[in-house]
Design a protein around this ligand. Structure first.
Ligand SMILES: [Zn+2]
Length: 282
């Protein structure tokens, strides 16, 4: 059940809103750069491995188009490799996110990153992160190689297909992953840190302040729910999505490239119930 508390937090575009967005940028910028470097290096290494495999298994690729296409890479091996290199960035971002939330609440407590909830989040995140990225890569490569075989491509043309795919990975996809995952890890740290305090009553959606912010996220700005309850997003088609924090929605459509975050309201801060305040509609 969803119990909306009301609206709270800084008004859209106000100085307080800008300040909160800047604080998040300051806490995440360095991690975003690191994550982009990790992903670019990873995709580059993976591209070399896939090219070697396509090159080395040329004869198997020359079979009929409806035959099974050989695996572009070993998913188990590349999942392990990605989990290993991405864990320090995700953990660091998560930790800094928790510290940011506690700092803004003015609470003299430390974020316990070894709590069961914190450890559980990181372990699950790392696994799903690696699996989802490699599953998508694997499917795209296989589909392209299958098309190539159907079109009678030889090995050089198949290799060109692989290169084209990885060129976009090493640019656009790297950027999207860094942006999405770093803000997501920060928000997760913020939420778990707020839960650890036992002093937070509610949380307020704070939409990113840029032109790319989704309309439903922009509309969610100020939405305030009890700490352990769910935010609701309603897209243009009227579909509803619920999740405990920005980025924690099951639909990728509501997550990829999102830069939204949250603020937290202390039990004693008098935001329960909040003053009804009209949000500007645009
Ligand atoms: Zn958003």
């Amino acid at each position: 059940m969803i119990t909306a508390v009301g609206t709270a937090g800084p008004e859209w575009g106000s100085e307080a809103h800008i300040a909160r967005v800047r604080a998040l940028d300051a806490a995440t910028g360095r991690h975003e750069t690191t994550m982009a470097n990790v992903m670019r290096d990873y995709f580059r290494a993976q591209r070399h491995a896939v090219l070697a495999r396509v090159n080395g298994t040329a004869k198997r690729y020359a079979v009929k188009a409806d035959d099974p296409v050989p695996e572009p890479f070993s998913r188990a091996e590349w999942n392990r490799r990605l989990a290993r290199t991405a864990t320090p960035v995700l953990a660091g971002t998560f930790r800094d996110g928790g510290a940011l939330a506690l700092d803004e609440l003015g609470l003299q407590v430390t974020f316990d990153v070894q709590s069961p909830e914190a450890e559980q989040w990181l372990a699950t995140k790392v696994q799903t992160f690696a699996r989802q990225i490699n599953d998508a890569t694997w499917e795209e490569l296989r589909a392209s190689l299958r098309d190539g075989l159907a079109a009678g491509d030889g090995v050089p043309a198949l290799m060109d297909r692989v290169r084209t795919i990885f060129t976009s990975y090493e640019t656009y996809r790297t950027e999207a992953i860094a942006r999405t995952e770093v803000i997501g890890a920060s928000n997760a740290g913020q939420l778990i840190a707020a839960q650890q305090t036992n002093e937070v009553e509610s949380k307020t959606w704070l939409a990113a302040l840029d032109s790319r912010t989704r309309l439903d996220h922009r509309n969610a700005h100020g939405q305030t729910v009890l700490l352990d309850e769910l935010f609701t997003l309603v897209d243009a088609a009227g579909n509803k999505y619920t999740g405990p924090a920005p980025h924690q929605f099951s639909s990728a459509k509501e997550v990829v490239n999102c830069r939204c975050t949250m603020t937290f309201n202390l039990k004693s801060s008098g935001t329960q119930p909040p003053e009804p305040r009209r949000r500007p509609r645009r």
